[in-house]
Write a protein that binds this ligand. Sequence first.
Ligand SMILES: Nc1ncnc2[nH]cnc12
Ligand SMILES: [Zn+2]
Length: 334
Amino acid sequence: MELDTYVRALPKAELHLHIEGTLEPELMFRLAARNGVALPWASVEETRAAYDFTDLQSFLDLYYAGAAALVHEHDFFDLAMAYFARAHADGVVHAELFFDPQTHTARGIAFDTVLSGLERACRDAHARYGIGSRLILCFLRHLSEEEGFAALAQAMPHLGRIHGVGLDSSEKGHPPSKFARLFARCRELGLHVVAHAGEEGPPAYIAEALDVLKAERIDHGVRAAEDPALMQRLAHTQVPLTVCPLSNVRLRVFPTLAQHNLKTLLDAGLKVTINSDDPAYFGGYVAKNYIDTAKALGLTKADLKRIARNSLEAAFVDDAARAPWLARLESLPG
Ligand SMILES: Nc1ncnc2[nH]cnc12
Ligand SMILES: [Zn+2]
């Protein structure tokens, strides 16, 4: 079986996906026109040309600017449905969507507008494609813990619709410990906990995410490779890493895909998964992340199958939901 066909046939979960990062320029311009929102770019082409990032912050500046096109419930619905259609084509059977409510409430968009649009898309995607999904509220770490508590207060009436919380945005200078009390409260509320750590920030941030926030998965985590004791810990505990190879290259965490450490992490026994992060900005959805990484690092079908299996095992679902996906996965060669 050809690599492309094989990757798409693998049942997989996408566990690191910012829904705002799936806003393709074409939809961004349609929504901006529909909503009378001014964008900093004149055309779709000019927008794509601006996606020449030097680091995480240079991306985040554009990502927050693009999100301004999202205003109405229907916009969030359209955004998520466009993602689910692509995810389905890539063989995704389950997706855990990050969303950044503070990006929207700061512009006067109601929390419920964001959540209702996304939730309706999750329901429709299940009916149309059979894709399972979860919504994970991410706190913006460049803002204060107090502002995080304000976002949590807005989320409180809707907690039945939110499965977990995460931590994203500018990593350097904003360690996980800044949000210790907020995440303790989220855990008391029964929410799952994940956190971006070790993308641009040091390995110590990964340890803090585990020790202080009690993160159940680490988003990115690639800088763990700099700390042998942390590598051993991650291999021993099997805390999943949601690695995003194309993102890492576009944000210059690694100079090229051939220099990415995913295979090193995998061979050291860590529970590595492959995800797309912000595919509209980084040039590829999840299947392209699998395929390009496989080609660049010489991953075998057995490696790819293991990565897909890891993603299913790391998803926040019960074993009954996982069983048919795993059975289908194991029936494939490799
Ligand atoms: N890769 C990333 N790192 C941190 N925050 C983000 N928000 C969206 N994408 C992100
Ligand atoms: Zn991310």
